[in-house]
Design a binder for this molecule. Structure first.
Ligand SMILES: [Fe+2]
Ligand SMILES: [Fe+2]
Length: 306
Protein backbone atom coordinates (compact mmCIF):
# COMPACT_ATOMS: atom_id res chain seq x y z
CA UNK A 1 0.00 0.00 0.00
CA UNK A 2 1.10 3.54 -0.74
CA UNK A 3 0.74 6.39 1.76
CA UNK A 4 1.35 10.08 1.08
CA UNK A 5 2.60 11.81 4.24
CA UNK A 6 2.53 15.62 4.48
CA UNK A 7 2.79 17.96 7.43
CA UNK A 8 2.80 21.56 8.64
CA UNK A 9 0.84 23.12 5.80
CA UNK A 10 0.37 26.26 7.90
CA UNK A 11 -2.44 27.89 5.94
CA UNK A 12 -2.67 31.47 7.16
CA UNK A 13 -5.14 34.30 7.25
CA UNK A 14 -4.47 37.84 8.37
CA UNK A 15 -7.01 39.38 10.70
CA UNK A 16 -6.88 42.83 12.25
CA UNK A 17 -10.11 42.25 14.18
CA UNK A 18 -9.15 43.30 17.69
CA UNK A 19 -11.61 40.84 19.29
CA UNK A 20 -9.85 37.92 17.62
CA UNK A 21 -6.36 39.18 18.46
CA UNK A 22 -6.69 38.67 22.20
CA UNK A 23 -4.02 36.54 23.88
CA UNK A 24 -1.51 34.50 21.93
CA UNK A 25 -2.99 35.25 18.49
CA UNK A 26 -1.63 38.80 18.67
CA UNK A 27 1.86 37.29 18.98
CA UNK A 28 1.13 34.83 16.17
CA UNK A 29 -0.21 37.54 13.89
CA UNK A 30 2.94 39.62 14.40
CA UNK A 31 5.11 36.61 13.53
CA UNK A 32 2.88 35.88 10.54
CA UNK A 33 3.19 39.37 9.09
CA UNK A 34 6.92 39.72 9.73
CA UNK A 35 7.98 36.22 8.81
CA UNK A 36 5.58 33.48 7.84
CA UNK A 37 3.71 35.13 4.95
CA UNK A 38 6.96 35.05 2.95
CA UNK A 39 7.83 31.45 3.81
CA UNK A 40 4.56 29.50 3.72
CA UNK A 41 3.15 29.71 0.21
CA UNK A 42 -0.42 28.48 -0.01
CA UNK A 43 -0.43 29.08 -3.77
CA UNK A 44 1.80 25.98 -4.09
CA UNK A 45 -0.93 23.77 -2.61
CA UNK A 46 -2.56 22.85 -5.97
CA UNK A 47 0.82 21.61 -7.27
CA UNK A 48 1.29 19.53 -4.10
CA UNK A 49 -2.22 18.05 -4.37
CA UNK A 50 -1.59 17.26 -8.04
CA UNK A 51 1.67 15.48 -7.14
CA UNK A 52 -0.06 13.44 -4.45
CA UNK A 53 -2.80 12.41 -6.89
CA UNK A 54 -0.14 11.41 -9.44
CA UNK A 55 1.37 8.81 -7.10
CA UNK A 56 -2.14 7.35 -6.55
CA UNK A 57 -1.90 6.84 -2.78
CA UNK A 58 -4.18 4.41 -0.99
CA UNK A 59 -4.06 6.75 1.98
CA UNK A 60 -3.03 10.31 2.82
CA UNK A 61 -1.72 11.25 6.28
CA UNK A 62 -1.42 14.85 7.51
CA UNK A 63 0.50 15.23 10.78
CA UNK A 64 -0.71 18.56 12.10
CA UNK A 65 -0.22 22.32 11.95
CA UNK A 66 -2.68 22.71 9.12
CA UNK A 67 -3.27 26.29 10.26
CA UNK A 68 -1.20 29.14 11.72
CA UNK A 69 -3.35 30.75 14.41
CA UNK A 70 -6.35 28.37 14.33
CA UNK A 71 -8.69 30.85 12.66
CA UNK A 72 -11.92 29.61 11.10
CA UNK A 73 -10.81 31.01 7.72
CA UNK A 74 -7.61 28.95 7.88
CA UNK A 75 -9.44 25.75 8.81
CA UNK A 76 -12.03 26.22 6.04
CA UNK A 77 -9.40 26.96 3.38
CA UNK A 78 -7.17 24.00 4.23
CA UNK A 79 -10.16 21.66 4.52
CA UNK A 80 -11.27 22.70 1.03
CA UNK A 81 -7.73 22.33 -0.37
CA UNK A 82 -7.53 18.75 0.96
CA UNK A 83 -10.90 17.79 -0.49
CA UNK A 84 -9.50 16.15 -3.68
CA UNK A 85 -7.40 13.85 -1.46
CA UNK A 86 -10.39 12.54 0.45
CA UNK A 87 -12.72 10.68 -1.91
CA UNK A 88 -13.92 8.88 1.23
CA UNK A 89 -13.29 9.74 4.91
CA UNK A 90 -11.38 6.46 5.30
CA UNK A 91 -8.73 7.50 2.76
CA UNK A 92 -7.51 10.59 4.67
CA UNK A 93 -6.16 10.83 8.21
CA UNK A 94 -5.54 14.19 9.89
CA UNK A 95 -4.17 14.87 13.36
CA UNK A 96 -3.80 18.31 14.98
CA UNK A 97 -0.61 20.27 15.64
CA UNK A 98 -0.04 22.89 18.29
CA UNK A 99 -1.01 25.67 15.84
CA UNK A 100 -4.43 24.02 15.39
CA UNK A 101 -5.09 24.57 19.10
CA UNK A 102 -3.35 27.93 19.13
CA UNK A 103 -5.67 29.79 21.48
CA UNK A 104 -7.72 28.64 24.44
CA UNK A 105 -10.85 29.59 22.52
CA UNK A 106 -9.91 27.46 19.49
CA UNK A 107 -9.22 24.48 21.78
CA UNK A 108 -12.38 25.02 23.84
CA UNK A 109 -14.60 25.33 20.76
CA UNK A 110 -13.01 22.19 19.24
CA UNK A 111 -12.18 24.08 16.03
CA UNK A 112 -9.97 21.26 14.69
CA UNK A 113 -12.63 18.63 15.35
CA UNK A 114 -15.37 20.71 13.71
CA UNK A 115 -13.43 20.57 10.43
CA UNK A 116 -11.71 17.19 10.56
CA UNK A 117 -13.64 14.87 12.91
CA UNK A 118 -15.07 12.89 10.01
CA UNK A 119 -11.59 11.51 9.27
CA UNK A 120 -11.13 10.11 12.79
CA UNK A 121 -12.45 6.67 13.75
CA UNK A 122 -13.76 7.93 17.09
CA UNK A 123 -14.29 11.10 19.08
CA UNK A 124 -11.24 12.08 21.09
CA UNK A 125 -7.66 10.81 21.12
CA UNK A 126 -6.02 8.37 21.12
CA UNK A 127 -7.62 6.33 18.36
CA UNK A 128 -6.62 3.46 16.11
CA UNK A 129 -7.59 3.59 12.44
CA UNK A 130 -7.14 0.45 10.39
CA UNK A 131 -6.00 1.35 6.88
CA UNK A 132 -5.42 -2.08 5.38
CA UNK A 133 -5.80 -5.63 6.77
CA UNK A 134 -3.09 -5.69 9.41
CA UNK A 135 -1.90 -2.07 9.00
CA UNK A 136 -3.14 0.75 11.18
CA UNK A 137 -2.50 4.33 12.25
CA UNK A 138 -2.45 5.11 15.95
CA UNK A 139 -3.38 8.77 16.43
CA UNK A 140 -1.92 10.53 19.47
CA UNK A 141 -2.64 14.10 20.53
CA UNK A 142 -0.24 15.91 22.88
CA UNK A 143 -1.33 19.38 21.68
CA UNK A 144 -2.81 22.10 23.85
CA UNK A 145 -2.79 25.90 23.91
CA UNK A 146 0.13 27.63 25.64
CA UNK A 147 0.38 31.28 26.70
CA UNK A 148 3.67 31.74 24.81
CA UNK A 149 5.51 28.48 24.12
CA UNK A 150 4.87 25.68 21.60
CA UNK A 151 5.11 22.83 24.12
CA UNK A 152 3.12 19.63 23.92
CA UNK A 153 2.31 17.15 26.68
CA UNK A 154 1.79 13.42 26.31
CA UNK A 155 0.43 11.88 29.48
CA UNK A 156 0.90 8.39 30.89
CA UNK A 157 -2.86 7.98 30.84
CA UNK A 158 -3.01 8.85 27.10
CA UNK A 159 -0.37 6.21 26.38
CA UNK A 160 -2.13 3.62 28.54
CA UNK A 161 -5.32 4.11 26.54
CA UNK A 162 -3.30 3.82 23.31
CA UNK A 163 -1.77 0.56 24.54
CA UNK A 164 -5.23 -0.78 25.32
CA UNK A 165 -6.37 -0.02 21.75
CA UNK A 166 -3.41 -1.94 20.34
CA UNK A 167 -3.88 -4.80 22.80
CA UNK A 168 -7.51 -5.20 21.89
CA UNK A 169 -7.18 -4.76 18.10
CA UNK A 170 -8.64 -7.77 16.35
CA UNK A 171 -7.04 -8.88 14.11
CA UNK A 172 -3.79 -7.56 15.56
CA UNK A 173 -1.94 -4.61 14.00
CA UNK A 174 1.27 -5.98 12.51
CA UNK A 175 2.28 -2.87 10.57
CA UNK A 176 1.90 0.06 12.90
CA UNK A 177 2.17 3.75 12.02
CA UNK A 178 2.06 6.14 14.96
CA UNK A 179 0.91 9.65 14.03
CA UNK A 180 1.81 12.40 16.51
CA UNK A 181 2.69 16.01 15.74
CA UNK A 182 5.81 16.27 17.94
CA UNK A 183 9.12 14.50 17.27
CA UNK A 184 10.08 11.81 19.78
CA UNK A 185 13.81 12.18 19.02
CA UNK A 186 15.99 14.44 16.91
CA UNK A 187 18.79 13.42 14.57
CA UNK A 188 22.36 14.27 15.55
CA UNK A 189 23.12 17.95 15.06
CA UNK A 190 19.53 19.16 15.46
CA UNK A 191 18.72 21.10 18.63
CA UNK A 192 15.17 21.65 19.81
CA UNK A 193 14.21 25.30 20.21
CA UNK A 194 13.46 26.41 23.77
CA UNK A 195 9.78 25.87 24.63
CA UNK A 196 9.19 23.81 21.48
CA UNK A 197 9.47 20.25 22.79
CA UNK A 198 7.29 17.48 24.19
CA UNK A 199 6.71 16.82 27.86
CA UNK A 200 6.46 13.08 28.47
CA UNK A 201 8.90 12.32 25.64
CA UNK A 202 10.70 9.61 27.64
CA UNK A 203 7.43 7.80 28.31
CA UNK A 204 6.56 8.01 24.62
CA UNK A 205 9.97 6.56 23.71
CA UNK A 206 9.34 3.64 26.08
CA UNK A 207 5.91 3.13 24.52
CA UNK A 208 7.38 3.05 21.00
CA UNK A 209 10.13 0.67 22.07
CA UNK A 210 7.51 -1.70 23.46
CA UNK A 211 5.26 -1.51 20.39
CA UNK A 212 8.00 -1.68 17.76
CA UNK A 213 8.56 -2.09 14.91
CA UNK A 214 6.67 1.02 13.94
CA UNK A 215 6.84 4.10 11.77
CA UNK A 216 6.63 7.29 13.82
CA UNK A 217 5.13 9.94 11.53
CA UNK A 218 5.40 13.49 12.81
CA UNK A 219 6.07 17.11 11.87
CA UNK A 220 6.53 20.28 13.98
CA UNK A 221 10.24 20.85 13.29
CA UNK A 222 9.82 21.94 9.63
CA UNK A 223 12.81 19.85 8.58
CA UNK A 224 12.71 16.63 6.59
CA UNK A 225 14.35 13.42 7.79
CA UNK A 226 14.03 9.66 8.05
CA UNK A 227 16.06 7.95 10.75
CA UNK A 228 15.96 5.42 13.55
CA UNK A 229 17.09 6.96 16.86
CA UNK A 230 19.97 5.08 18.45
CA UNK A 231 17.79 4.18 21.45
CA UNK A 232 14.86 3.16 19.25
CA UNK A 233 16.22 0.90 16.52
CA UNK A 234 12.77 -0.45 15.67
CA UNK A 235 11.15 2.98 15.24
CA UNK A 236 11.63 4.76 11.94
CA UNK A 237 10.99 8.48 12.56
CA UNK A 238 9.61 10.29 9.54
CA UNK A 239 9.27 14.05 9.16
CA UNK A 240 8.36 15.15 5.62
CA UNK A 241 9.12 18.81 6.47
CA UNK A 242 6.75 21.77 6.24
CA UNK A 243 4.92 20.96 3.01
CA UNK A 244 4.66 24.46 1.53
CA UNK A 245 7.71 26.15 3.04
CA UNK A 246 10.09 27.97 0.72
CA UNK A 247 13.72 27.19 1.52
CA UNK A 248 15.94 29.75 -0.11
CA UNK A 249 19.21 27.87 0.38
CA UNK A 250 18.11 24.59 -1.20
CA UNK A 251 15.52 26.08 -3.57
CA UNK A 252 12.87 23.67 -2.21
CA UNK A 253 9.31 24.99 -2.48
CA UNK A 254 7.27 21.94 -1.49
CA UNK A 255 7.96 18.54 0.06
CA UNK A 256 6.21 15.30 0.92
CA UNK A 257 6.91 11.64 1.66
CA UNK A 258 5.66 8.61 -0.18
CA UNK A 259 5.64 5.57 2.12
CA UNK A 260 5.38 2.19 0.43
CA UNK A 261 4.38 -0.82 2.55
CA UNK A 262 4.62 -4.23 0.90
CA UNK A 263 4.53 -7.33 3.08
CA UNK A 264 7.11 -6.74 5.82
CA UNK A 265 9.02 -4.11 3.86
CA UNK A 266 8.97 -0.33 4.00
CA UNK A 267 10.38 2.18 1.58
CA UNK A 268 10.21 5.96 2.00
CA UNK A 269 10.62 8.29 -0.96
CA UNK A 270 11.00 12.04 -0.58
CA UNK A 271 9.39 14.23 -3.23
CA UNK A 272 10.62 17.81 -3.39
CA UNK A 273 9.68 20.60 -5.76
CA UNK A 274 12.48 23.00 -6.66
CA UNK A 275 10.99 25.93 -8.54
CA UNK A 276 8.50 24.08 -10.80
CA UNK A 277 10.27 20.71 -11.02
CA UNK A 278 9.66 17.69 -8.79
CA UNK A 279 12.45 15.27 -7.93
CA UNK A 280 12.47 12.06 -5.90
CA UNK A 281 14.98 10.44 -3.57
CA UNK A 282 14.77 7.24 -1.55
CA UNK A 283 15.45 8.12 2.10
CA UNK A 284 14.80 4.77 3.79
CA UNK A 285 14.44 1.21 2.60
CA UNK A 286 14.17 -1.81 4.88
CA UNK A 287 12.99 -5.08 3.26
CA UNK A 288 12.27 -6.82 6.58
CA UNK A 289 11.32 -3.81 8.70
CA UNK A 290 8.13 -5.20 10.22
CA UNK A 291 9.99 -8.27 11.41
CA UNK A 292 12.85 -6.60 13.19
CA UNK A 293 13.08 -2.89 12.45
CA UNK A 294 15.51 -1.01 10.25
CA UNK A 295 18.56 -1.32 12.45
CA UNK A 296 20.83 -2.80 9.80
CA UNK A 297 20.44 -0.04 7.27
CA UNK A 298 19.14 3.10 8.88
CA UNK A 299 20.28 3.01 12.52
CA UNK A 300 20.95 6.54 13.68
CA UNK A 301 21.55 7.78 10.18
CA UNK A 302 20.00 11.03 9.04
CA UNK A 303 19.21 11.90 5.46
CA UNK A 304 17.42 15.17 5.27
CA UNK A 305 17.26 18.91 4.81
CA UNK A 306 16.12 21.90 6.80
FE1 LIG B 1 4.59 23.73 12.30
FE1 LIG C 1 4.04 22.49 15.45
Amino acid sequence: MRIAHISDLHFWHVTLDIRRLAGKRLLGMGNLLLNRVWKYRMETMPALVERILEIKPDHVLVTGDLTTTALEEEFSAVREALEPLAPTPSSLTVIPGNHDRYTRESARSRAFERHFAEFAPSVGFPWLKRIDGNAGILGLDPTHPNPISALGTITREHLMRAAKLLDEAEPGIERLLVACHYPVALPAGIVEGHGHGLRGCKELQAFLAHWGPNLYCHGHVHASWAFCPSGLPRTLCLDPGAALKVRKRSGVRASMFEIILAGKSVEVIRHVMREEVWSVESVASAPDFFNGGAKARDGGERKGFQ
